[in-house]
Write a protein that binds this ligand. Structure first.
Ligand code: CAA
Length: 259
């Protein structure tokens, strides 16, 4: 799985790759090196046939407290625009295997944005979310204005982004940003359990479901429904689809081959 400077990589359950952000002194503030390591680990997990789902987490104190302000302080327009600053931060959305973000503690700015890029967001009950960039005289730059708005609606996103106010795990849940809230100490176990459950499903079907759900944000309803149906037709070409339905009829557990 590779060894990294700011990231711990492990396999806590069959089929699950766990990525733990590990820059404790900076509350997991995100710099280019850390994000590149996350991307590399996700790419590696995508290439590994043993892995079916990925969990990304931080510490109990901080998932990630945002982009590294110290590293950003002296950036200018030429370096940011010319150097395509943070464009690779969104690379995790290219993962074809599902990613669960397990968020304890602070998920602020870029930390909130990285969590929102995941396919499923689980929160510990003491998690603190926010897009506080406005307080630094800037704005979200890694998808916050887009993903938060799609997840919780315009007026809530507008209020949070314009005030820079934090919000709680319970609010994230009530507003549809977090799929579930768990006691902080149980969060990671629950995220790993869900990832293992996903990894135990037919890999091509998992990939197809993720692809089709994501399409819901990219097209009209009728186009999306057609997109879904075409992938659904495609799955009739997979051996696992035949196995899944045969196993049901024969009242036995299906055995997936990933084909
Ligand atoms: N960048 C760099 N360093 C950070 C950091 C960040 N985003 N967040 C925390 N740290 C560092 C602090 O500087 C401190 O290090 P030193 O002791 O060396 O000074 C260490 O982490 C611990 O932080 P605090 O002492 O501040 O801890 P606290 O418990 O008092 O406060 C906090 C915690 C409320 C999260 C506070 O650290 C904070 O407000 N952090 C910044 C949050 C923020 O504004 N994030 C948005 C960044 S901009 C962005 O993300 C742009 C984008 O969209 C891509």
């Amino acid at each position: 799985a590779g060894s990294y400077e700011h990231l711990l990589v492990s396999k806590p359950a069959p089929g699950v790759r766990l990525l733990t952000l590990n820059r404790p002194k900076a509350l997991n503030a995100l710099n280019n090196a850390l994000v590149s390591e996350i991307n590399h680990a996700i790419t590696t997990a995508n290439q590994d046939k043993e892995i079916g789902a990925i969990v990304i987490t931080g510490s109990e104190r901080a998932f990630a407290a945002g982009a590294d302000i110290k590293a950003m302080k002296d950036l200018n327009f030429a370096k940011a625009y010319g150097g395509n600053f943070i464009s690779h931060w969104s690379d995790q959305i290219n993962s074809r295997k599902p990613i669960i973000a397990a968020v304890n503690g602070y998920a602020l700015g870029g930390g909130c944005e990285i969590a929102m890029m995941a396919d499923i967001l689980y929160a510990g009950d003491k998690a603190v979310f926010g897009q506080p960039e406005i307080k630094l005289g800037t704005m979200p730059g890694a998808g916050g204005t887009q993903r938060l708005t799609r997840a919780i609606g315009k007026v809530r996103a507008m209020e949070l982004i314009l005030t820079g106010r934090n919000f709680t795990a319970q609010e994230a849940f009530d507003w549809g940003l977090a799929a579930r809230v768990f006691p902080a100490e149980k969060l990671l176990d629950e995220a790993v359990k869900a990832a293992a459950e996903i990894a135990g499903n037919a890999p091509l079907a998992v990939m197809a479901c993720k692809d089709a759900v994501n399409q819901a944000f990219e097209s009209s309803l009728s186009t999306g429904v057609r997109y879904e149906r075409n992938i659904f037709y495609g799955l009739f070409g997979s051996e696992d689809r035949r196995e899944g339905m045969t196993a049901f009829v024969e009242k036995r557990k299906a055995e997936w081959k990933g084909e």
